[in-house]
Design a protein around this ligand. Structure first.
Ligand code: GDP
Length: 336
């Protein structure tokens, strides 16, 4: 059988490809930053370092909402609108379900069919690895690669089911929550915590019979938002009704995000927030790497398992177990 040998891109290939906004090379570079292989990690680091001066020039938007609320349909309409307006957009879909159930909520290929054919759009499901920490690391670097590759709007989509929203909130400029006007007490189902993270809320499917219900939901949400304290951005979150069928609200949502950028650039929150996000990225990466390289490297998985069992059996406290690990690490370093 004839083997097709494809040359692996070199550092220079990656760099030039990203600089000339080549989507294929950019996708390969993303695969590289997602890789756990030591050789890939080193090359990925070198690439990220080299492209850093080209990053930061996009608006990073987080989009979340429960399955079925209309995220992918919204992103199709919103993405079409943005590309018509001359923007280049990247959509990064984070799918936490794949690590939990080995299945996938966001990953199926039928989603965003039109947008995936659009030359000015780039859609990429983001691998989460085994931990939520994986979301932060690979996705953060993917954002940087997309910025260097010339994308000026980055949409990061998550299913509104848990912690991944908190991780995403920490890497975007604007956080958009999608909700659906259901029958009766729909607002009860939205967690206060997730509402507090939102800079904008979209009531989806405001068309046909649903228009009135969507308007009511909007008023309820606006009233609920009034009860929250003014956030550090000084931006008061807004609620917009929207329909992917009639395109209601699509332009308003973009205008809202532009206004947010204006307000927060004027009061400096925009850049301070990004700096703080980078610092928290540094700390979480450091913790993860120390855990992987030092804790897992010195205290074996069996030792950790043994301590977990002792904690469960109340034979040892969690902090005493921790101290034992620290002692093991110190002893190992003392020998070097
Ligand atoms: P996701 O799981 O949040 O990505 O939701 P989808 O975008 O897949 O949408 C779920 C369902 O809602 C699909 O059957 C869509 O056709 C429908 N849908 C999405 N947006 C709208 C809308 O604006 N109006 C109406 N009437 N239906 C919509």
């Amino acid at each position: 059988m004839e083997k097709i040998l494809r040359k692996r891109p070199t550092f220079a290939d990656y760099l030039e490809g990203i600089k000339r906004h080549d989507k294929i090379i950019t996708a390969q570079a993303i695969t590289l930053v997602e890789s756990q292989l030591p050789a890939d990690i080193d090359l990925a680091e070198k690439i990220i370092e080299a492209i850093l001066p080209l990053t930061g020039n996009s608006i990073r938007i987080g989009i979340t909402g429960p399955p079925g609320v209309g995220k992918s349909t919204f992103i199709e309409s919103f993405g079409e609108f943005l590309t018509h307006a001359g923007k280049k957009i990247a959509v990064l879909a984070i799918d936490p379900s794949s690590t939990l159930t080995k299945g996938s909520i966001l990953g199926d290929k039928t989603r965003m069919e039109n947008l995936s054919r659009n030359a000015n759009a780039f859609i990429r499901p983001s691998a989460t690895g085994n931990t939520l920490g994986g979301v932060t690391n690979a996705t953060k670097e993917t954002i940087l690669l997309c910025e260097a590759a010339g994308f000026d709007v980055i949409l990061i989509e998550t299913v509104g089911v848990g912690q991944s929203e908190v991780a995403v909130r920490d890497m975007v400029d604007f956080f958009l929550l999608l909700v659906m006007a259901g029958a009766g007490d729909e607002l009860q189902g939205i967690k206060k915590g997730i509402m507090e993270m939102a800079d904008g809320i979209v009531v989806t499917k405001a068309d046909g019979d649903n228009v009135k219900r969507a308007q009511h939901a909007k008023l309820d949400l606006q009233n609920a938002l009034h009860l929250f304290n003014t956030p550090p951005s000084q931006w008061l979150p807004r609620v917009v009704t929207s329909s992917a069928i009639t395109n209601l609200g699509i332009e308003d949502i973009w205008k809202m995000i532009e206004q947010y950028a204006d307000v927060t650039k004027q009061n400096d929150f925009f850049s301070i927030n990004r700096q703080q996000q980078d610092i928290s990225w540094f700390h979480s990466s450091m913790q993860r790497m120390i855990k992987k390289e030092i804790v897992d490297g010195i205290a074996s998985a069996e030792k950790i398992k043994e301590l977990e069992e002792k904690i469960m059996a109340k034979e040892i406290s969690a902090s005493a177990a921790c101290n034992l690990i620290v002692k093991m690490i110190k002893q190992r370093f003392a020998k070097i």
